[in-house]
Design a protein. Structure first.
Length: 302
């Protein structure tokens, strides 16, 4: 099936213009915490961010010239940090279609669900936003960083290790911003940090996790419609392999937490079709942060 799906994807991209971008991001902005007299300076902020994410070409890969990756940036302004400077928290999400017999279906699977609450940047009306790999910019570095993560994770769902170069790009952005002294890019002890994410993504110790991430999607969720038992077994194998990273290597792994935060509802619902409801005991053991959901779904009928 792997070869068939890859061939289908290549056929899809072969008819696409060579200057196509990779992302189709929905951007929303909440300005409730900004004084009303200052909001006019941000009236174009939402459209500027949307335009940058959707019009920037982040890669030169021909296999990314097909259907754009669907993603979301929900930006909540927290406060002003000075003249034309702001602090915000951002929800970043991405998703892709679930495939049925090598064709995208109407169902989607979530890939990323991240809440980053430490974005500090400057913005002025009519500001020109340019992607620059060699100059630290608090505004565009943040957007580039997550664009590369979105692209890398999306690729990993189809072929293991295919997102490596984009995870490396995200690490380069972090190193540049951190080296420039941008304080929201410093290493953090909180449960989520940009450094923790790219450090794990670029470490050989977590290759097994990325392999399991691929198995979950390509051999699991994408075959449920045609071979449900096979798909569920692949998903279960992947879930337990990802959980073992937390148990054996790093109890506070950012990648493990990110996976289960994005997937727990999908997992709980998918295993309603498993022949033995005791499987929820295994899910509870693998993902102890979402016990309530697994307990709830265990008692549901299909």
């Amino acid at each position: 099936m792997r070869l068939l799906l890859c061939s289908a994807l290549l056929l899809t991209v072969s008819v696409t213009a060579t200057d196509a971008q990779e992302l189709n991001c929905d951007v929303t902005v909440n300005l409730d915490n900004i004084p009303s007299g200052q909001r006019d300076f941000l009236r174009n902020f939402e459209s500027d961010i949307r335009r940058y994410l959707n019009d920037t070409r982040f890669t030169n890969e021909k296999d990314l010239e097909g259907e754009r990756i669907q993603c979301t940036f929900n930006i909540f302004f927290k406060s002003m940090a000075g003249e034309d400077r702001y602090q915000a928290q951002v929800f970043i999400g991405s998703r892709r279609p679930i495939y049925v017999e090598n064709e995208p279906s109407s169902k989607i699977t979530p890939i990323l669900r991240i809440l980053d609450d430490r974005w500090e940047f400057g913005y002025v009306p009519n500001q020109r936003m340019i992607q620059d790999d060699f100059t630290a910019d608090p505004l565009t570095d943040f957007l580039d960083f997550y664009a590369y993560l979105i692209i890398g994770f999306d690729l990993e769902t189809y072929t293991a290790n295919s997102g490596t170069k984009y995870f490396q790009k995200a690490l380069q952005i972090w190193s540049q911003a951190n080296g420039a002294g941008l304080k929201d890019w410093q290493q953090s002890s909180t449960s989520y940090s940009r450094f923790g994410m790219v450090d794990e993504l670029n470490s050989a110790k977590y290759l097994s996790l990325l392999s399991a991430f691929n198995t979950y999607h390509f051999d699991g969720i994408d075959v449920l419609a045609t071979k449900p038992e096979q798909g569920l077994e692949a998903m279960l194998q992947a879930i337990e392999a990802i959980s073992q990273v937390r148990q054996r290597q790093n109890a506070t792994s950012v990648l493990v937490k990110q996976f289960f935060d994005a997937k727990y509802l999908e997992i709980a619902e998918s295993f309603l079709k498993y022949p033995n409801r005791s499987v929820y005991d295994r899910l509870r053991l693998a993902d102890q942060e979402h016990l309530k959901s697994y307990d709830e779904y265990r008692t549901r009928s299909q």
